[in-house]
Design a protein around this ligand. Structure first.
Ligand code: FPP
Length: 238
């Protein structure tokens, strides 16, 4: 796909949707769809790292997902644990640093411990940063930033700047996403990184997440390359 002029997004984030519909279409259970979704996670992570993407963010479990039946939320947590156990050696092999973000309050100590262990093991890797969002929502992130700001600095220097406020978000140090991909044909951002996606290019595809592979990722990158990012300004030549 290269003509030497493509620009690679520095940060790609993905809302991985359609696991349930994939399972239904294959006569399987919803949890089988999630399991297959974890395969897509592995494939896409490796491809993104190989391409030289600096940050890849994956929305694995939203705050709202707790509203699903208990057996499904438990299966998703088990899948995340299994993913960490199985994938940490591959992350090491591919020099990928893995970070978990989200509200830890409702997570079991077992999940928190394994997330921490994976972050520590991969923490010195210098290649791509993979950010897995577990029990995350964009509104929660903004609110925890306000709470933490008031807790740590009861009389902050006012007015706050965008930059100083961003320093309290869980994504501190991570550049805002350049490209957001959502699979399965749904066209919304579902409370993902609300503050951080102010100027992100949005790409929607009808491909169900478990089927999402290299050609689908390439199609998204191609679409991104055809976008003109003006950030509210006009083009230089106008
Ligand atoms: C949305 O599909 C997907 C999720 C709620 C879970 C995403 C989880 C994975 C892809 C696997 C685990 C992740 C990692 C990082 C190991 P849906 O269930 O809403 O699908 P539907 O809309 O078709 O029902």
């Amino acid at each position: 796909m290269s003509n030497g002029k493509e620009k690679l997004p520095e940060h790609v984030c993905i809302i991985m949707d359609g696991n349930g519909r994939w399972a239904l279409a294959h006569g399987l259970k919803r949890n089988d769809g999630h399991r297959q979704g974890a395969e897509a996670v592995r494939a896409v992570t490796e491809y993104a790292a190989e391409l030289g993407i600096a940050y890849l963010s994956l929305f694995a479990f939203s705050e709202e997902n707790w509203g699903r039946p208990k057996q499904e939320t438990e299966a998703l947590m088990t899948l995340i644990l299994e993913y960490i156990r199985k994938e940490t050696p591959n992350l090491m092999k591919n020099n990928i640093r893995c970070v978990f973000l989200g509200d830890r309050n409702n997570l079991s100590s077992g999940v928190v411990e394994r997330m921490d262990a994976c972050m520590e093991t991969t923490g010195n890797n210098t290649g791509m940063t993979l950010i897995i969002f577990v029990n995350y929502s964009g509104k929660w992130d903004v609110l925890q930033a306000v709470n933490r700001l008031l807790e740590t600095t009861p009389t902050p220097e006012l007015p706050l700047s965008y930059e100083s406020f961003s320093g309290y978000l869980t994504t501190v140090g991570i550049p805002d996403p350049d490209l957001m991909i959502r699979t399965s044909g749904e066209i919304r951002i579902s409370n993902f990184m609300l503050w951080q996606m102010a100027y992100t290019e949005l790409y929607f595809t009808s491909v169900l997440w478990p089927d999402f592979r290299k050609p689908d990722f390439e199609a998204a990158l191609k679409a991104y390359n055809n976008r003109k990012r003006r950030f509210g300004k006009i083009e230089e030549s106008n």
